[in-house]
Design a protein around this ligand. Structure first.
Ligand code: F3S
Length: 291
């Protein structure tokens, strides 16, 4: 079995930047993040070993601590809350998310009805909605778009990790709900590139392994894209790999979500390759066996 690693896999620029900022902050202050810095339990465990704490509410912070804003970003009220409590803020919001926040705020100020395509429960979408104000509407599907009224001016933008095809379908539908549609394609290239590379790779293999957090939206999306093309397994660590998945496979592919560190990808790659070697040894042993 040949193991092929996707050319683009793992940490994106925004996540890498946020982790670097958090680790640098932890060297000099008590660093705390509101929610896990990234959707990967193994990395969160490692960060906690370096003194980076996770809390769920701003109320749990004291002015001695430094608040790391995650790459997903937050609504303006969080900055305000931190300022009111005298908490130092280290803003690791990904610049691409910041752009979406700015566009949402600007569109709302210009009197456009803001539509945010994405998962309304995801922190990034909650943050963008916060910048767009109370009128903003989150939608996820074309069916939801169909239910919208007719607006004088509409502006639509997307959670950075959404699928471009789905966004395009929603944009098409929104054209029926206004004569003035402003489209801000805020989907991040890192996501699109990883998805494209994963789909292409999945087309050349018998089985795909996607490694990343099960609660990471972009990892799950990568897995669903690959599953449309070939047999696909989503795992968090190398320990979850099962030899039976690769039985009869000539080629296996490996990709990883944007919150998966290189060390986990390497472990999975190594284990897949070792399984492969064991299989080859077994085959040569069977071949050399007298009848
Ligand atoms: Fe930023 Fe794109 Fe990553 S928006 S956090 S670089 S997936």
């Amino acid at each position: 079995m040949n193991v092929k690693l996707a050319e683009k896999a793992g940490f994106c620029f925004g996540v890498k930047r946020a982790l670097d900022m958090a680790e640098r902050t932890a060297e000099t202050s008590q660093a705390v993040s509101l929610g896990p810095l990234i959707h990967n339990q193994q990395v969160v465990k490692r960060l906690s070993g370096r003194g980076i704490q996770v809390v769920e509410d701003l109320e749990e912070l004291t002015s001695q601590q430094a608040l790391i804003i995650r790459s997903h970003g937050v609504a303006p009220n969080v900055y305000q809350g931190a300022e009111d409590k005298g908490i130092k803020v280290v803003d690791a919001t990904c610049p691409f998310v910041q752009k979406a926040q700015r566009l949402a705020a600007k569109s709302a100020q210009m009197g456009q009805q803001v539509i945010v395509m994405g998962d309304k429960l995801h922190p990034e979408v909650k943050g963008i909605l916060g910048w767009a104000g109370e009128q903003a509407i989150p939608i996820q599907t074309v069916e939801e778009a169909k239910e919208l009224s007719f607006y004088l001016h509409l502006a639509v933008l997307a959670q950075t990790t959404q699928l471009a095809e789905n966004f395009a379908r929603i944009v098409e539908e929104l054209k029926n709900h206004t004569d003035d549609l402003i489209v801000h394609n805020t989907i991040c290239n890192a996501t699109a590139e990883r998805q494209k590379v994963a789909r292409e790779l999945a087309g050349t293999v018998d089985v795909m392994v996607v490694v990343g957090g099960r609660d990471s939206a972009n990892t799950r999306k990568l897995a669903s894209i690959c599953a449309e093309v070939t047999k696909t397994y989503l795992i968090e660590t190398a320990e979850e790999l099962e030899e039976s998945w690769f039985k009869d496979a000539k080629n296996a592919g490996l990709t990883a979500g944007a919150s998966t560190p290189d060390w986990i990808i390497e472990e999975v790659y190594k284990k897949m390759t070792e399984m492969n070697e064991q299989e080859m040894n077994m085959e040569s042993w069977v071949d050399s066996c007298p009848e």
